[in-house]
Write a protein that binds this ligand. Structure first.
Ligand code: GLN
Ligand code: ZN
Length: 787
């Protein structure tokens, strides 16, 4: 019955009722909502600025949703399996807070829905009306760079269906002739990802019984509106869960599946189910989605569950987290295995997770190297991949012969391309020895050698690297980019900024100076642009939080450093002062973590290649006479795998990557590192293992828990817990900083303590920077006198 010519198959499908043949179904879990040209960002920001009124905002959003549904329909996603309610003005978790009426007290006086909604996401200040509410807490969404608003519950929390968003959007699509599959965050994940309101102590999961009836009525309403399927995301199934969650899940889905007229697909993504396979095996649902990109090893196990329980299986075979073309032959083979066991009607072809984490479309990439472009796939292209796989399985490969042969060619080209595979880099990787992960001497000896050379006072002062990136600096960079300024003009400007910055640091009395990073657009992009193996998209934006988008660089091949990247600037800066100048680099794990990374070798190998490149830069800086070098690693902690059992392996190679980048120097060269957070408990032994001569960390919001940890674990090297918070323009007084430092000394040995702000000053203005640093230096001075 399987026709093999495309023309015949078209005829076939349109002239028979679909249910008379069984076919696998092309589906999607979520589409990037930001728009081809970041339309949503512009809409929302213009609304915030008062340039758009509410009506225009709503219309703009409606048009965007229509466009995205049509793209998916046209690409071949099956009607009935095109996602809706994946749209959000700010964040899908925040949407659920509104949906269920979980509005903390302080926002309840605001106008519902939009004013209260955005205030919860980003705070609201209207002094003339006496309104001043902070934003709710934001957290990273699993191991992505997307951030969600953390639900905050009351012990006696009531839930009501407060908004009709999922129903409205379903109806909206239906009016356009598109039948969607509404997406909801599941009740168990929703509660587990949240927290008890401040001052209360209870486990939010205890609210499950109260919450479920609201989900039930929502499902009922969706069924009444005509929804055939609903997709309920339960991504916490990739976490280690307490044993009682088995009961929570079974209770929740027994209730929800009793709602008649709508079928439930439970979606898990971002990793393996592991022990939680046991949980999903017992859910009375109609379909299960699994991430076979992250957990291909679980295919057999999930097939067995689907077979035993007569479930449809949504096979996530297209990577929703990355930008690479899929190996279609491999994906087809996986889908066929599923079909062989379950039958076609029980198989959905899907991306591994929502495409929220992938840029919109390659269409806008006009400047990229054509060879590399041919290896890539953004969301719109990923939809075609799903369609091709589906068609190949349904109609035979002949039906998509051209697409498959083009895909094979791309795959083959990428496997063998000299652009990717650099024999020099591979030889250097092989030549790495155990010696290259160690400094020559242990810290006490190095510290003495460094002190003999640098002659620093007690409580030495420094900064974390960047100084204010003023409007003038950003305009200068744009002028260079547009060709309005020659490189020489730009360089002269940056030099003048650097000079000013150095003079200021000398005047204020800082001990270890920095050049200010005026020449850098961004701490990853700057290095990516100077390394081989990196490419930049023009329009590869992904949502980070709210209206904020990032455009991660792409690591496509073996990484190497054709030329020194920072040496000239650091040399220049050192030539302007007698004081010690600190060279400033971004570390290998952060370079990896904030880029799209190649998928054809382990992340660890890419991190080590980056480390080798940085190692050379470190050695060149040393040779150029730079006595102190800082290698920033703010992203080490966020790279932690979702499961505890995977942590150690990651932390081992992450620390080794840092060591490989930092240890190729003499004892007299002082290595600093910096991390931007204060919760170190998870990674404490890793911090020690980095063996930096000094680490500067964020401490401003910490209630001394952090210092406690450093004391408890007995940290042995130099440490600078930020003396003040740079995230706000507020200038802390001398008194305040003095108390802080006093407090620190209860936990830390005074000859190990550095005095510094808690992060780079890039986002600050000069006036507050001058005052804050001058207060800070005076505090250090007074401690020296009394020491
Ligand atoms: N050196 C960088 C800066 O000061 C560090 C930034 C960061 O930690 N995110 O800007
Ligand atoms: Zn920082």
């Amino acid at each position: 019955l399987v026709p093999h010519k495309a023309s015949r198959s078209t005829y076939y499908i349109s002239s028979f009722h679909r249910s008379s043949i069984t076919m696998v179904t092309a589906t999607n879990l979520g589409f990037p909502r930001i728009g081809a040209n970041r339309e949503l960002k512009k809409l929302v920001e213009n609304y915030w600025n008062g340039k758009l009124d509410e009506k225009a905002l709503l219309t703009g959003a409606k048009n965007l949703r229509a466009e995205h549904w049509n793209i998916q329909k046209k690409a071949g996603v099956q009607d009935g399996h095109i996602p809706s309610n994946d749209f959000s003005f700010y964040d899908q978790v925040l949407d659920h807070l509104h949906l269920f009426g979980v509005i903390p007290q302080k926002y309840q006086g605001l106008k519902f829905p939009l004013e209260a909604y955005f205030a919860m996401g980003r705070g609201l200040q209207r002094p003339d009306e006496g309104i001043d509410v902070p934003a709710m807490e934001m957290k990273k969404w699993f191991d992505t760079n997307y951030h969600f608003i953390v639900p905050e519950f009351q012990a006696n929390q009531e839930f009501t269906l407060r908004s009709r968003k999922p129903i409205d959007e379903f109806v909206e699509a239906k009016a356009l002739g598109i039948k969607t599959r509404p997406v909801l965050l599941g009740p168990v994940s929703f509660l587990r990802l949240g927290k008890a309101a401040k001052g209360q102590s209870f486990d939010p999961i205890s609210l499950l019984d109260r919450l479920l009836p609201v989900y039930e009525s929502l499902l009922r309403e969706l069924a009444n509106a005509g929804a055939e399927w609903v997709q309920i995301d339960e991504p916490i199934l990739t976490f280690d869960l307490p044993a009682e969650f088995k009961n929570h899940y079974s209770k929740a889905y027994t209730k929800l599946s009793a709602v008649s007229g709508i079928k439930i697909l439970v979606a898990n993504y971002f990793g393996r189910l592991g022990e939680n396979l046991d949980i999903v095996a017992n859910l009375p649902i109609a379909a299960l989605h699994v991430d076979l990109v992250r957990a291909p090893e679980e295919l057999d196990a999930v097939l067995k569950i689907a077979q035993d329980k007569n479930l449809a299986l949504s096979v996530g075979v297209i990577n929703g987290r990355n930008i690479w073309k899929a190996d279609l032959d491999a994906a087809i083979a996986t889908v066929r295995r599923a079909v062989g066991l379950l039958g076609s009607d029980k198989v959905f072809v899907a991306p591994s997770c929502s495409m929220l984490h992938t840029p919109h479309s390659l269409e806008a990439e006009t400047k990229m190297d054509k060879t590399i472009l041919d290896w890539l796939s953004f969301a719109v292209q990923k939809l075609s991949e799903i369609a091709i796989i589906t068609k190949a399985v349904n109609q035979g490969e002949d039906a998509v012969a051209d697409a498959l042969s083009a895909n094979r060619k791309s795959m083959q080209a990428r496997r063998t391309s000299p652009l990717i595979h650099d024999p020099q880099v591979q030889a250097e990787m092989k030549a790495v020895t155990e010696e290259m992960f160690k400094r020559k001497s242990p810290f006490p000896q190095r510290a003495a050698a460094q002190q003999a050379k640098l002659n620093l006072p007690p409580f030495p002062t420094t900064t974390v690297g960047s100084f204010p990136q003023t409007k003038e600096v950003r305009v200068a960079r744009q002028k260079l980019k547009k060709g309005e300024w020659t490189p020489a003009e730009y360089e002269a400007f940056i030099k003048a900024e650097t000079d000013k910055c150095i003079r200021f640091q000398e005047q204020v009395g800082l001990d270890v100076l920095v050049h200010g990073e005026f020449e850098r657009n961004d701490m990853v992009e700057y290095f990516g642009e100077n390394l081989k193996g990196y490419v930049f998209s023009q329009n590869g934006w992904v949502q980070s939080y709210g209206s904020r988008c990032v455009k991660p660089p792409i690591i496509y091949g073996d990484v190497s450093r054709p030329n020194p990247m920072t040496v000239e600037w650091s040399k220049y800066a050192q030539s302007k002062t007698q004081k010690a100048m600190k060279g400033m680099l971004t570390g290998p794990v952060t370079m990896l973590q904030w880029s799209f990374v190649r998928d054809d070798q382990p992340r660890r190998d890419t991190a080590f290649q980056l480390a080798l490149a940085i190692r050379k830069e470190v050695q060149d800086l040393e040779r150029a006479g730079i006595p102190v070098i800082q290698i920033d690693e703010p992203a080490i902690r966020e790279g932690l795998p979702l499961r505890h059992s995977d942590w150690q392996e990651y932390l081992n190679w992450a620390a080794r990557a840092f060591l490989l980048s930092s240890t190729g120097v003499e004892d007299t060269t002082q290595i600093h590192t910096h991390m931007c957070y204060s919760d170190f408990n998870d990674i404490f032994s890793t911090i020690q293992a980095l063996d930096a001569d000094a680490i500067t960390i964020e401490n401003s919001k910490s209630d001394l828990k952090l210092l406690n940890a450093f004391e408890r674990y007995g940290y042995t090297n130099g440490i600078g817990p930020g003396l003040y918070d740079i995230h706000s323009p507020r200038v802390p007084s001398e008194e305040e900083m003095r108390e802080r430092l006093q407090e620190m000394l209860k936990y830390l040995k005074k000859d190990l303590v550095w005095v510094n702000p808690d992060c780079g000053l890039k986002t600050r203005g000069w006036p507050e920077t001058e005052r804050a640093l001058s207060n800070m230096c005076r505090v250090a001075e007074s401690f020296r006198k009394s020491a």
